[in-house]
Design a protein around this ligand. Sequence first.
Ligand SMILES: [Ca+2]
Length: 271
Amino acid sequence: MGLRALASAAVVVMTFGSAVVLVPSPVLADITCYDFVGPDEPQTVYDALPGDPYGLDTGWPPPIVSGNGDQEAGNGVPCDAEVDLPELDSPGDEDYEIGNDPADNGLDELPDGELEEATIREAQYTQAIQTEEKPDLTYRIIGVATPEFETYADYEDREVPGQCGADAATARLQELLAPGTTVWMEIDEAGFAGFKAPARHIWIELGGRYRLVAEVLVSEGHAVVATERPGTGRADARENPPPGTRYRDALRDAQERAIEERVGLWEQCAG
Ligand SMILES: [Ca+2]
């Protein structure tokens, strides 16, 4: 999340900086400390996967302005540069059901509010989703991070591990969002809504229920929860904490169950 913007920033550094600094070429979707805001969510992943397959306690990536990153390798604290801001109360997603059987998760009907219906043209990964209606836009899914194929190899001679589960996650995403699939896209103020890469909650109809693609992926162990809170770098962020992703609690509940059941990457990547 946000890595596309970060990639642009890195290019600027490379182009205009006087000193040539080795800036990693960020991948477009993956699980790294840059995905998380606050220490709790990376800690949840780290505790469930103590082998640290996503390299959350490797001293990498370096902390950036908003506080993301890991400063010290191997100190048992993943993403230890995270700024710990107060959580806000429930975002009000209690209606979104999370139960023992993920097939029953979701809603009976689409939620109230402004939804944009669209037809999937292609879904490469969770941050590269295109529709038939607006093929020049690349949408990304809010609130989760997924393992990715590409790795940050050879950054300052450090092999960054990770990306376990990428094949399964990508296959499932592409199955859920096969070309021609009807989706409903919901804007969330907590998601960065860039012009070229707008962030959306993406709803699908699955087994007679309306479900968030993010929740399906989390429930099946193909994604980890990464609540978005734009504005955490603000000077007054502690006094006036920015909001979190609208379906934060539902996604966290789904992840808790996925970890307990050891589905998907929680089993595959636990070794
Ligand atoms: Ca650390």
